[in-house]
Ligand binder design. Structure first.
Ligand code: DAH
Length: 349
């Protein structure tokens, strides 16, 4: 004979814990576990109690039956309500986690831009174009004739030295050492008057240091017309330099020698750092050497088929990197060519 069960005390624990278990469930899984614990078909504790009603005395059944059924109803309702609230909480937190925050700054979006040398070259040719200079180009591989002979540079001139010039193997050709050969090419192919600018790459067999590179850029200018004078040259270069460095940029001519001009001059710009007072950047002279220029030598005009009795001209040649270093405040030409993006990105014109 099994021991008689104490229905009243079983009922007491059950009714006390069932609703509480539902409200304590923090997740849908916990809620389902609570449902199975009380209402599961096989082992649910409330299911078990309801099933046992038939084993009770009539009196017990009358007392507990309606209460157990009421608890079952209440439990089902509360399971359903709790399930809905847990589901909507899960939905809310999912939404909160994945919501796009439009106030956040966008991820970095690197923008490309022109290299400082390209930008400087572009500004230089822009200024010259507004002064009436038409673009002209020549090849990087040149003949001795165009690079030297036509420019009145004699065979024994030191500029031809192997030290300075890259010669091509087995060919009578070289890498142009300056943009001046474009003068020769253009004057031979066109009649005076003419006014051209020729930007491009040049090559020198030189040791690389803070201010020298074996490959660099120049812009050549050439103007041939009737009665072109040093005054024309000075006016043009003054406007050119003011365009590059600002309205306060002043220039001066210093007599100098280049075989392809006579007279020849080196052109200085008043020191951009100390405004002429004298500082380390200008070696305390107040001036910075900027370019070479002069009146086209009669031998050059004649070589190119232009009569020096009728025509005269001026020419100038300016290094692009030197201008770029000054404009961008870069102390070393190598910084322009190592392509370290951290350096290039830090350069503001
Ligand atoms: N060709 C010269 C050089 O590289 C620069 C130069 C000087 C060009 C005087 C000229 C000039 O047209 O007149 O270094």
């Amino acid at each position: 004979m099994p021991e008689p069960r104490d229905w009243d005390s079983e009922w007491l624990t059950l009714s006390a814990t069932a609703l509480d278990a539902v409200s304590r469930a923090e997740t849908l899984e916990a809620l389902e576990a609570a449902r199975v614990d009380f209402l599961g078909r096989e082992r649910g504790r409330l299911t078990g109690l309801l099933r046992s009603l038939k084993d009770m005395s009539i009196e017990e059944r009358r007392r507990l039956g309606p209460q157990a059924n009421a608890l079952k109803d209440a439990l089902e309702k509360s399971l359903e309500a709790r399930r809905r609230s847990l589901e909507s909480a899960a939905l809310e937190s999912g939404l909160a986690a994945s919501r796009v925050d439009l106030s956040l700054p966008p991820p970095p979006w690197p923008r490309g831009r022109r290299h400082p040398v390209a930008e400087t070259l572009r500004e230089m040719t822009g200024i010259l174009a507004r002064l009436g200079f038409a673009p002209a180009e020549g090849p990087l591989v040149e003949s001795d004739r165009n690079n030297f002979a036509g420019l009145n540079i004699p065979a024994d001139h030191p500029a031809r030295d192997l030290q300075d010039t890259f010669y091509l193997k087995d060919l009578p050709l070289l890498l142009r050492t300056h943009t001046s050969p474009v003068q020769v090419r253009y004057m031979e192919a066109h009649k005076a008057p003419l006014r051209i600018m020729s930007p491009g790459r040049v090559f020198r067999h030189e040791a690389v240091d803070a201010s020298h590179s074996a490959v660099f850029h120049q812009v050549e200018g050439l103007y041939v017309d009737r009665k072109v004078s040093m005054a024309d040259l000075k006016g043009t270069l003054s406007t050119f330099m003011r365009g590059l460095f600002g309205p306060q940029a002043a220039i001066r001519f210093r007599p100098s020698f280049f075989p392809f001009v006579e007279p020849g001059a080196e052109v200085d710009v008043r020191c951009l750092l100390c405004a002429g007072k004298g500082c380390p950047a200008c070696k305390r002279t107040g001036w910075m050497e900027m370019l070479g220029a002069g009146l086209v030598h009669p031998n050059v005009l004649r070589f190119c088929g232009i009569d020096p009795g009728q025509w005269s001209g001026y020419a100038f040649g300016v290094g692009v990197e030197r201008i770029a270093l000054l404009r961008y405040g870069v102390p070393d030409i190598r910084m322009l060519y190592e392509n370290d993006l951290r350096v290039l990105e830090s350069l503001a014109p």
